[in-house]
Design a binder for this molecule. Structure first.
Ligand code: NAD
Length: 496
């Protein structure tokens, strides 16, 4: 059995604790993938110190040179795409086509952001005074703490680490305990690409210990966190006393709206992919579908019939469409929410049960599940379940659909199916989310546009796109006076 180590100051090292945790395949709990370090706060402090020591030299490496290492890393990820995807399916369950997509997202992001090594544009503006030059430049923040969830085990670390590095910061990564192997694989590639010692560090272990230590550490200049809203709130609180920058990407309860003129077949395709892709474990998953009453019955029949036909099983099997939940805990959450939905009076029209016999006996499987006639205030329509459960809600008008769409605490992604361009543009304006789709489901973001959400999904930052640079750098405005005399802005205004 392989034991994996932390990566601190350029060396793969054991934790002080001497304790390890297991990483098991959720499609087959007998399959033990490896043992990982259950690290201590002291391990985390050593990693932060290493990143702190590496920062002064790394910050002075010209950004295009830093980017060359990142281009090399992107190339290495591309060469190993299939192996990396297989490891990921084995450790977290989603089907191979999707883990290949996850790795591809890391490749795309790394190539895209490496290009920023030669851009990172600032502004050059005319000064209001004679013989004076005015511009803004980006400067790095220092040590970046990166805390990531298990559902995109390589894509999400890449969204944070690569922009942090291109801006000249050093990094400490704390990945989710359910997906440490993909984090190790990613960091090994960065090491192989030639990053200097201490520039990237990896510490595995529990959020309450090593995650909280990273968040609170005074030497850390920015914490970038993706995970649940509850934990995000505690990250914000822990980070507040040291006034560090905090970037939070949190939960979602995303909506697909289907109007009476929608192409229903296309809408059903979108709801299946949006609701049950990644077994519903995407922050952008379409867990609510709001359908105009004129097409409600027809939509529901097709949607339920097709959901019942989805093949559930081990994601390594190419014929499987829906993999397991990531863990027994996640399966228990889904089972509990199905009971809550039934107790609230929602009508179960597909699925509703865990699968525990035959090929499903050793894994964390659950049927794709659809509730119909859901009222917008029900818990299954309000709370993030993070599993293959979709709530279908009837509506009588566009206005009502928008009201239901916006009527949750989250604001990540929304979509509308309609042939009416006026309605599509109105919805684009009226739904208060960070991401919006027309005639496509709520999932499918591309790396070169900003990604993030409003309300309880985010705290105003965005990752991906060039917006990512704003998280990992700070603006410095620079004035160069070459007049040889004292000039006073806003005061010496008479001199034309
Ligand atoms: P989680 O909040 O349980 O954990 C996320 C990370 O935080 C893990 O690495 C965990 O160990 C760490 N952590 C836990 N407690 C901590 C603490 N006190 N201090 C510091 N770190 C701590 O989330 P999860 O179950 O891994 O992921 C699922 C959640 O992530 C869902 O809510 C989903 O919506 C969200 N998510 C959001 C996005 C987005 O971009 N908005 C993307 C993917 C997932």
């Amino acid at each position: 059995m392989t034991t994996y180590r932390n990566f601190i100051d350029g060396a793969w090292t054991d934790s002080d604790s001497g304790d390890l945790f297991e990483n098991r395949n959720p499609a087959d709990r007998d399959d033990l993938i490896g043992l990982f370090q259950k690290s201590t706060r002291a391990d985390m402090r050593r990693a932060i110190d290493a990143a702190h020591r590496a920062y002064p030299a790394w910050r002075l490496v010209p950004a295009p040179r830093r980017a060359e290492l990142l281009f090399r890393a992107a190339q290495l990820i591309a060469e190993r795409k299939d192996l990396l995807a297989r490891d990921m399916t084995r450790e977290m369950g989603k089907v191979l086509a999707e883990t290949r997509g996850d790795v591809q997202e890391a490749i795309d992001m790394t190539f895209f952001i490496a290009g920023e090594g030669r851009r990172q544009y600032g502004q050059t503006v005319p000064s209001e005074l004679r013989d004076k030059f005015a511009m803004s430049i980006r400067q790095p923040v220092g040590v970046c703490g990166v805390i990531t969830p298990w559902n995109f085990p390589m894509a999400i670390p890449s969204w944070k680490i690569i922009p942090a590095l291109v801006c000249g910061n050093t990094v400490v990564l704390k990945p989710a305990m359910l997906t440490p192997l993909s984090a190790v694989n990613f960091v090994k590639i960065l090491e192989e690409a030639g990053l200097p010692r201490g520039v990237v560090n990896l510490v595995t272990g529990s959020g309450d210990d090593v995650g909280a230590e990273l968040t609170a550490a005074p030497q850390v200049g920015v914490v970038s966190f993706t995970g649940s809203t509850g934990v995000g709130r505690s990250v914000a609180v822990d980070a507040a006393p040291s006034f560090k920058k905090v970037h939070l990407e949190m939960g979602g309860k995303n909506v697909i709206i289907i109007l009476d003129d929608a192409n229903l077949e296309l809408a059903v395709d979108g709801c299946l992919w949006g609701g049950f892709g990644t077994t519903g474990q995407r922050c952008t998953a379409a867990s609510r579908v709001v359908v105009h009453e004129k097409v409600y019955r027809a939509f529901l029949e097709q949607f339920a019939a097709r959901a019942r036909r989805l093949t559930i099983g081990d994601g390594l099997d190419p014929s499987v469409q829906v993999g397991p939940l990531v863990s027994q805990g996640q399966l228990d959450t889904v089972t509990r929410y199905v009971q809550i939905g039934i107790a609230e009076g929602a009508r179960l029209v597909a699925g509703g049960h865990p699968l525990s016999t035959g090929t499903h006996a050793k894994g964390c499987f659950h049927e794709p599940t659809i509730f119909a006639d859901v009222a917008p205030a029900m818990r299954v329509a309000q709370e993030e379940i993070f599993g293959p459960v979709v709530s279908v809600i009837p509506c009588a008008s566009y206005d009502e659909a928008i009201q239901i769409g916006n009527g949750v605490q989250y604001g990540l992604s929304a979509s509308i199916y309609t042939q009416d361009v006026n309605r599509a543009f109105s919805a684009m304006r009226d739904l208060y989310t960070g991401i919006f789709y027309v005639n496509a489901p709520t999932i499918g973001a591309e790396v070169h546009l900003p990604f993030g959400g409003t309300k309880a999904t985010g705290n105003g930052h965005r990752e991906a796109g060039t917006a990512a640079l704003d998280v990992f750098s700070e603006w410095k405005s620079v004035y160069v006076d070459f007049s040889g005399r004292l000039q006073r802005a806003q005061i010496d205004t008479a001199d034309l």
